[in-house]
Design a protein around this ligand. Structure first.
Ligand code: NAD
Length: 353
């Protein structure tokens, strides 16, 4: 067995249908008295209902969370936090809202409670990506990891099918990269494989029956495990490419992950065959091709063209993605990435090389 270092991350997780009811108890358990509720504009009605339900424990609602955590939004949220006399935040939503809560906590170390409503996994990581002046930067700090996470599958029943599929594939990408991470360990690898299994089982059911609560619970459970992997070990080619395309070409987060995953898995499959074997076994032995078929079968977007990336932008993307070296099972070359992106642009079924 390889040697390894295992760091267990702190954090309290409550997983139950109806767990939203427990937010008040958890605020008090943190020793707090006034929570600022955060959401996107779209989920503002849900945030307002929660604030009303919390009564005196609610300090108000700030519903301006946006993708990639713009710093100007964070500044307004900090002002709202101060003005409301808040002593903690409750982030109700997906990665965008959770990012805003993390950005506040990174600045003032306020306790964070997250009610996670997508499968992105941000709620269990110490990673914060922020954008300012069109540039996205990422940082890690123990202060960033939320203290309490509530998973209530009921809140995911209304997550649209297309978003559920893309978000679920986003979670699966954390697990695939976690398996070949340079600092992988037996615990994160167990979680990665179980996370992949749960999402592989649940997502096709959600496509057919979006209100199947058992499938919703299984997907959320899988997303939690994949999120822990993301927060525990280093990510490689796949996440770097998604970061480049999201930050540099303004492509949507979850869909970009969903489209690239089969291609990045195929790129690394031969170089990391042994580590990827348990994942490949779930997808018929050919991980890249199997993931492509899995995504296609659920009607997921398959081509970067579909997201609006122009053919003439591929070269610049490959250039940007190969500027800074990082650990990856297979050498990251400009030609290799150019070919990968060309296939992902057209939606071609990948083959391991
Ligand atoms: P999102 O949070 O942007 O949500 C997309 C839309 O879906 C929003 O309008 C949101 O309000 C809505 N929504 C969320 N849950 C819903 C539900 N249950 N029902 C109906 N609508 C719902 O999407 P996301 O993919 O979860 O997050 C993407 C962001 O998260 C990106 O900025 C990404 O960089 C970040 N992220 C960060 C990490 C990390 O560890 N730092 C990890 C993953 C993602």
């Amino acid at each position: 067995m390889d040697t390894f270092i295992y760091n267990a991350a702190p954090g309290r997780v409550i997983f139950a249908s109806g767990a939203l009811e427990r937010v008040g108890d958890e605020i008090e358990r943190l020793g707090c008295k006034r929570a600022l509720i955060l959401s996107t504009p779209f989920q503002k009605p849900d945030a307002e209902r929660l604030a009303e339900h919390l009564g005196n424990l609610g300090a108000g609602v700030f519903a301006e969370a946006a993708m990639h955590t713009p710093v100007d939004v964070t500044k307004r949220a900090m002002a709202a936090f101060e003005a409301a006399g808040a002593d903690c935040v409750v982030a109700l939503g997906g990665g965008s809202t959770i990012g805003l809560g993390k950005a506040i906590a990174w600045r003032n170390d306020t306790p964070q409670l997250v009610v996670s409503t997508t499968y992105a996994g941000s709620e269990v990581t110490d990673i914060l990506g922020q954008t300012e002046g069109g540039r996205k930067t990422t940082l890690r700090d123990p202060k960033i990891r939320p203290e309490v996470v509530i998973y209530d599958p009921n809140l995911t029943l209304g997550l649209p099918v297309a978003m559920s599929v893309a978000s679920g594939l986003n979670a699966m990408a954390h697990a695939v990269e976690g398996l070949y991470a340079p600092d992988a360990n037996p615990v994160t690898s167990l979680m990665a494989v179980e996370g992949l299994r749960a999402l592989q089982s649940a997502l096709p059911i959600i496509v057919r029956m979006p209100e199947d609560i058992d499938a919703r619970a299984e997907a959320l459970y899988g997303a939690w495990l994949c999120g822990i992997v993301l927060g525990s070990v280093a990510m490689s080619l796949h996440h770097k490419l998604c970061h480049t395309l999201g930050g540099g070409f303004d492509l949507p987060h979850a869909e970009t992950h969903a489209i690239l995953l089969p291609h990045t898995a195929a790129y690394n499959e031969t170089a990391a065959r042994e580590r990827l074997a348990p994942a490949a076994a779930l997808f018929g032995g050919d991980l890249g091709g199997g993931l492509h078929d899995f995504a296609a079968g659920m009607g997921a977007p398959l081509s970067l063209k579909h997201l609006g990336l122009k053919a003439e932008e591929i070269e610049r993307a490959a250039e940007m993605a190969t500027q800074n070296p990082y650990a990856n099972p297979r050498e990251v070359t400009r030609d290799g990435i150019l070919e990968l992106l060309t296939h992902a642009h057209s939606g071609k079924r990948p083959t391991a090389s």
